[in-house]
Design a protein around this ligand. Structure first.
Ligand code: CP
Length: 314
């Protein structure tokens, strides 16, 4: 790894991404064994600092740290002294004073993870900052595609086309995935409501399509995004049924995907809105594979960031 933190996919080279994905393959093999634990990070302390709700990311980071024998501590903003007015930076510095080697942070504000690495000497991993980045989600999605198409990480995703559909503008998952997938050689298309497509989507490296059906034509994989209702200004959202009809992956739309194409969703799913329940539960959908791979990918990230870091090294 060329960097001491994982804050944004944009800061990492293709070689970094391949190293993480390659290492994740070894951890995935370990996780298939009856004894799923190694002493690689014994003596290290990892803090999960979550200011926003999470199921998959928080639990899989915790499991990943435990599988590597690190000590883990969970911080939840709702039950912390932030409710008494303590600032984000003071909170982080107090946690670090307890000798945290690595802090995993999720926050509603873009830039929170970047700020944290500037004020702390611990390694920092971004578990989602506002509408900015969710790098480990992109890595686990890339890992799932490599696994599905039977490719080693070094070969990347060259020749594959992935469509990302839905609320691109408010999605940190989309932003990280466009960066990660294109660095690995895939072609990325995007489509969704016009109010949910960022003006600079082409400069991110994705090809905008005017409608979902043309975007899905001939793709190898489709990634359906959750509508980020919590980040949408009032009045920006059509009704669920209108969204489902125009932008959702219905049984009929999924039937038109080419043979062997797979369906991804980062979760949590709004069933019956962006994904029909029958599609979400079909063999084509790799949603639970993504979650499974999340543990191995996060083990790789924690291991690569911490194993070469000497005690107290900034
Ligand atoms: N995909 C994802 O980030 O899910 P959580 O919000 O449950 O962590």
């Amino acid at each position: 790894m060329t960097l001491a933190h994982l804050v944004s996919i944009d800061e990492h080279t293709r070689e970094d991404l391949v190293e993480i994905l390659d290492s994740a393959r070894s951890f995935d093999e370990l996780l298939q064994r009856p004894l799923r634990k190694v002493p690689a990070l014994r003596g290290k302390t990892i803090v999960n600092m979550f200011f926003e709700n999470s199921t998959r990311t928080r639990l899989s980071f915790e499991l990943a740290a435990k599988r590597l024998s690190a000590d883990t501590v969970n911080f939840s903003a709702s039950s912390s002294s932030t409710s008494k007015g303590e600032t984000f930076i003071d909170t982080a510095r107090n946690i670090e004073a307890m000798k945290a080697d690595l802090i995993i942070v999720r926050h509603e504000y873009a830039g929170a993870a970047d700020l944290l690495r500037r004020v702390c000497s611990s390694a920092v991993v971004n578990a989602g900052d506002g509408m900015h980045q969710h790098p480990t989600q992109a890595l686990l999605d890339a890992y799932t595609l490599l696994d599905h198409f039977g490719r080693p990480a070094i070969d990347g995703l060259t020749g594959l086309t992935v469509a990302i559909i839905g609320d691109i503008a408010h999605s940190r998952v989309a932003r990280s995935n466009i960066g990660c997938l294109t660095k690995l050689g895939a072609t990325v298309r995007v489509a969704g409501p016009r109010t949910m497509l960022p003006a600079d989507v082409e400069s991110l490296g994705a090809l905008p399509f005017p409608d979902v059906d043309s975007a899905l034509d001939g793709v190898d994989a489709v990634m359906m995004l959750r509508i980020q209702k919590e980040r949408l200004p009032a009045g920006r959202m059509a009704s669920d049924s209108d969204y489902r009809n125009r932008f959702g992956l219905s049984v009929e739309r999924a039937a038109r995907l080419k043979e062997g194409a797979c369906i991804l969703h980062p979760g949590p799913i709004n069933r019956g809105v962006e994904l029909a329940p029958e599609v979400a539960d079909s063999a084509q959908a790799l949603v639970l594979d993504q979650v499974e791979h999340g543990v191995a990918v996060r083990m790789a990230v924690l291991y690569l960031l911490l194993s070469h870091r000497a005690e107290g090294e900034p």
